[in-house]
Design a binder for this molecule. Sequence first.
Ligand SMILES: [Zn+2]
Length: 393
Amino acid sequence: MSLPPLVEPAESLSVDEVRRYSRHLIIPDVGMDGQKRLKNAKVLCVGAGGLGSPALMYLAAAGVGTLGIVEFDTVDESNLQRQIIHGQSDIGRPKAESAAASIREINPYVNVVIHDTALDRENVFEIFGQYDLIVDGTDNFATRYLVNDAAVLLGKPYVWGSIYRFDGQASVFWAEHGPCYRCLYPEPPPPGMVPSCAEGGVLGVLCASIGSIQVNEAIKLLAGIGEPLVGSLMVYDALEMTYRKIRVRKDPSCVLCGENPSVTELLEDYEDFCGAVSVEAQNAVVDATITARELKEWQDADKDFLLVDVREPAEYEIVSIPGSVLIPKGEILSGEALSKLPQDKQIVLHCKSGVRSAEALAALKAAGFKDAVHVQGGVLAWVKTVDPSLPSY
Ligand SMILES: [Zn+2]
């Protein structure tokens, strides 16, 4: 299915612009008309992280006239393995500012608009309303559903991408012409089921593979060329080096874009909808949470307890709290590890940030370990408040 161009052409290109974009201009399908449309286009990138980095750089180089960036985070050393729009000297700097500086260096003809804020139900319509197309580079489900719902309610197309370890996916969601994200994924995954890249890792170059597909689709939509990924899901496996295109149909019973929609405005709370931690975990941590400082005090006082790290072996190798033993969360949830745990000692669980340990705590308490506790903020809190000489990740 080909679609008409999303954007009207700008009046003209300057002599400098003609020189700059000459390799586009001599492609018959793009030509002067297509390049003028890119010049007139306003594209918003949600996030200037793994996917946002390559996406923003190629959108800028391609000559998209106005580029918006929604990002409130600052550049961290652990970003630089994949977020190539930022550099060493940007560490600690707001990502939006750092990304804007790189864009201006790539192409001074781009008008960069910074939205230094977290996207939420209060600001999303006002921000999205200023753009023709949205590129979604978010890394969490709450923002993903917010982006989808706002785009559908406003009738805007958006290019979606997702990455994890060696696997990537991309699609174009545009309810007027095809399915939306909710048609594909009606429900968010149960909390704790799908690890984030911060928990599971991501191959840096995967960001470029998926980010470049997103830019490719954005350019096609803006200029009205080719067959956009509307109604198709691209699934990429970097280890097998395969691309598979899967047909995705619009769901007539979709709560948002179906025939009788029940979601007709934004949800009250997307974090709540996606549930950062399960109800069981939320209940388990009440009166069973200690801080990293308290853990240190317990250790210094030779209190008798077993410190269990529920992360994965690769994470344990990067950094671990002295005295901890490694039992990955999966072994606790499956029940496999329960026999390894002492009945006569208090168990203290921890993970990276406190989410996985809360889930494991719920399982332990259900198995009868009534006095078990977990460490709020996990290894990250330990590094921050007890031993800053250890690496964060
Ligand atoms: Zn839908």
